[in-house]
Design a protein around this ligand. Structure first.
Ligand code: SAH
Ligand code: SF4
Length: 409
């Protein structure tokens, strides 16, 4: 397969990104409506106008997807100029965009350092499938947790992403995929929801989203606002290693779908694979899942389970898994382990994975084994490019194939 590393400007119908967040200006992206109102008041917009201006600007930002005040044609010119002086609405800098022959896309996105020393880079991946298009978003650069099978776990936390940076990943993808109204078409045609490319979002990139709760919450509430980006909360899935108190908060304050990186069904093993288990053991974790609001057969929790050869892949494990999840509306996502340089684990044999899947299937759980996507572009969600490049090619392909396999549900 050939890798399409494309020239961004040449391939965009009309480049939207003014790029490079302007230094020293307040960003309007990621602000709640109340905060947006405060920002507008701070540049002298009269109280009685604030509500109207907020809804105008909200519409420009999140329905029409503009990244330049000059495009806000129903706002007076002098006000546009005033806003441009004080505020920033530009897109983050896209370093590269790669398109796989199977349609998977990957963007390497750079954000300013914001105190982290150097600018930081993260990857965002888009995975098209027949009935949906899923965008995999990062929440942190690096991770404080140290799950023993995870490459991100070997990297220190550089910093949390800000709300505008989490949201920025969705805006960049919608720009590139043509999900915002096409200003070149007659009447600036809107793209009906059924024709949009990004139908689902998964917080499964780099980082532990529940260790950056406030920023993730803000971004997801804006992503799901009906009068804006309007992604249904049923189509947003947040994956966590099991930060129990914030699982309750996620249910109460965000209301999106939940995925749990389970990976082991006994505390002694999970303490090693997912060390946060020492703080929040299985019993507490499953209790939080059981109590997650609104669960039903149609709204189930996804349990991610990485298949590690001779570690967690026996039929006894499968039996215990079924027992553990009894009464929780659940689907189980089996992930073939994705090796990386220096990792101490191997992926289970294919027959073992199938046997495991059959067992839990027969117990009544959907148990998809993910098929790899975007092999040719190393679409390893959440992996810094520089990190990826240090791997040998074969390792990279295996790594990427397995990471991407995890992002479809
Ligand atoms: N920190 C969150 C979000 C990351 S999602 C979490 O842990 O849930 C990334 C998913 O990929 C998690 O389920 C993680 O456990 C899994 N993963 C990490 N490294 C992997 C590897 N080498 N092979 C397969 N899956 C892996
Ligand atoms: Fe962090 Fe998730 Fe990797 Fe664990 S699996 S180290 S929580 S990114």
């Amino acid at each position: 397969m050939s890798v399409a590393e494309i020239d961004l400007e040449a391939h965009r119908a009309k480049p939207r990104a003014a790029s490079f967040a302007a230094q020293g200006k307040t960003t309007l992206i990621g602000l709640s409506k109340a905060e947006l109102g405060e920002a507008l008041a701070s540049i002298g917009i009269a109280d009685k106008q604030i509500k109207m201006r907020v809804s105008q600007i909200w519409n420009w930002l999140y329905v029409r997807g503009v990244s330049d005040f000059a495009e806000m044609t129903n706002v007076a010119k002098d006000l546009r100029a005033k806003m441009a002086e004080a505020f920033d609405i530009s897109r983050p800098e896209i370093v590269t965009e790669q398109i796989s022959t199977d349609g998977t896309r990957k963007w390497l996105i750079r954000f300013p350092s914001h105190g982290a020393g150097r600018p930081v880079e993260i990857e965002t991946v888009y995975i098209p499938e027949e009935d949906r298009g899923t965008l995999c978003i990062s929440s942190q650069v690096g991770c404080t947790l140290t799950c023993s099978f995870c490459h991100t776990g070997t990297q220190r936390l550089v910093r949390n992403l800000r709300p505008e940076e989490i949201l920025g990943q969705l805006l960049v993808a919608r720009d590139a995929l043509g999900d915002f109204p096409n200003r070149d078409a007659p009447n600036g045609a809107f793209i009906p929801e059924s024709d949009r490319k990004v139908t689902n979002v998964v917080m499964m990139g780099m980082g532990e989203p529940l260790y950056n709760f406030e920023a993730v919450k803000k971004a997801l509430l804006i992503a799901s606002a009906e009068d804006g980006l309007s992604l249904s909360k049923r189509r947003i899935t947040l994956s966590t290693s099991g930060v129990v108190p914030e699982i309750y908060r996620t249910g109460d304050e965000i209301g999106c779908m939940l995925a749990i990186s389970l990976h082991a069904v006994r505390d002694d093993l999970r303490d090693i694979l997912v060390p946060i288990n020492k703080k929040y053991p299985l019993e507490e974790l499953i209790k939080a899942c059981r109590e997650y609001p609104g669960l039903s057969n149609a709204k189930r929790i996804t349990f991610e389970y990485v298949m590690l050869k001779d570690v967690n892949d026996s039929l006894a494990d499968a039996r215990d898994l079924v027992k553990l999840l009894k009464g929780v509306p659940a689907k189980i996502n089996l992930i073939p382990f994705n090796p990386w340089p220096g990792s101490n684990y191997q992926c289970s044999d294919w027959e073992t994975i199938e046997r495991f899947a059959d067992f839990i299937n027969q117990a009544g759980y959907a148990s998809p084994i993910r098929t790899p996507r975007g092999r040719d572009i190393l679409a390893a969600c959440g992996q810094l490019k520089s990190e990826s490049e240090r791997m040998r090619k074969t390792e990279r392909l295996a790594y990427e194939a397995m990471m991407i396999a995890n992002h479809g549900e």
